[in-house]
Design a protein around this ligand. Structure first.
Ligand code: GDP
Ligand code: CA
Length: 313
């Protein structure tokens, strides 16, 4: 069984752990969001790729959902003591090593896809992890604050401002000229079906879908998605601020309409959202909370079962 999954950070990574458990023999390719990537202190940081890699490789800080386990922050504190900015992004000492290696390999001319493969050689995530593109793209957010109306990097809006200032516009800079990373379109082509985890529909899945060619390739496959919104609220995080920014409600229905058909064939929602519907999409209600490894595996198994049924049709 060949499965392709798109993924953002925490929501995507947790779901993927369930997917790997639900289909241990499957060949899983993960297309990761790189719109969150940022250069800090001269180092290239890929938060979503690393969250997937650490989570599936057993190196994640479980409580936090991102960053390394047993992390310390000596380097961050030393940088702050020099007055170095930004100080709002939490880079731990162990995590720094990943970014140093990535930056060194990128500077030596390796594309991000090969760098990611090299980093995964240590973590053995049990999936093939590909960045959505080797070309640099970055999500920027237009806000108005005491600094006037301006565009800031997504991380500044998300991490420094905690999305407290409304986003007037969210744009993936560089999207039009970006190509899918090597292996992305081939993996989609070869897949028996595709699953969309409950990742952020705007700045994770929505970002990946903006890389020219990816959405079109997915439209010809059987695709089953899991709603990141339960009963009108994101389970954790601030996805509501992203949906509001693009003029959508924070509901399972709004995310279903955003993805739409022909991209989606199946959509899993929570019991309270069972009335969700869209022409051409099979909607099923299931427990959507990834509260334990068992619950997460059961959710992934439900997505697989629906995908298989729809692919056979
Ligand atoms: P990020 O890049 O770290 O923000 O992570 P993702 O984009 O992969 O996923 C974030 C989204 O996961 C949030 O917007 C939540 O709506 C969703 N999410 C988090 N936990 C759960 C859960 O237990 N169940 C479901 N259905 N969605 C969840
Ligand atoms: Ca992210």
């Amino acid at each position: 069984m060949r499965i392709v999954s798109l993924a953002g950070g925490i929501g995507g990574a947790r779901f993927l752990r369930g997917l790997r458990a639900a289909a241990p023999a499957a060949d899983i390719t993960v297309i990761g969001n790189t719109g969150d990537d940022i250069t800090l202190f001269g180092l290239r940081v890929c938060p979503d790729l690393d969250t997937v890699m650490y989570t599936l490789g057993g190196g994640i800080n479980e409580e936090q959902g991102w960053g390394r386990t047993a992390e310390t922050f000596t380097v961050k504190d030393e940088l702050a003591a020099y007055g170095m900015e930004p100080q709002w992004f939490g880079l731990g000492d162990r995590d720094f090593a990943t970014h140093i290696i990535r930056t060194q390999m990128l500077a030596a001319g390796y594309p991000l896809s090969q760098v990611t493969e090299a980093l995964c050689a240590r973590w053995q995530p049990g999936v093939r992890l590909l960045p959505m593109s080797d070309d640099r793209t970055e999500t920027h957010v237009v806000i108005t604050d005491e600094g006037g109306r301006r565009a800031v990097h997504f991380q500044e809006w998300w991490v420094r401002l905690r999305a407290s200032v409304p986003a007037e516009e969210i744009a993936l800079v560089g999207a039009a000229d970006a190509k899918p990373a090597p292996g992305v379109l081939d993996a989609i082509e070869a897949a028996d079906f595709v699953v969309l985890p409950p990742s952020n529909p705007v700045v994770s899945i929505g970002t990946i879908l903006q890389i020219p060619g990816i959405r079109a390739a997915l439209e010809s496959k059987t695709v089953v998605g899991v709603s990141p919104i339960i009963g009108g609220a994101p389970v954790r995080g601030m996805a509501d601020a992203c949906l509001t920014a693009i003029g959508r409600e924070t509901t399972a229905q709004a995310v279903l309409d955003l993805y739409g058909a022909p991209l989606l064939d199946g959509w899993l929602v929570a019991e309270e959202d069972a009335a969700t519907a869209h022409p051409g999409v099979t909607v099923e209600a299931r427990p959507l909370l990834m509260s334990t490894p068992e619950a997460t595996e059961a959710l992934a198994a439900a997505a697989l079962t629906l995908a298989r049924t729809l692919a056979d049709r």
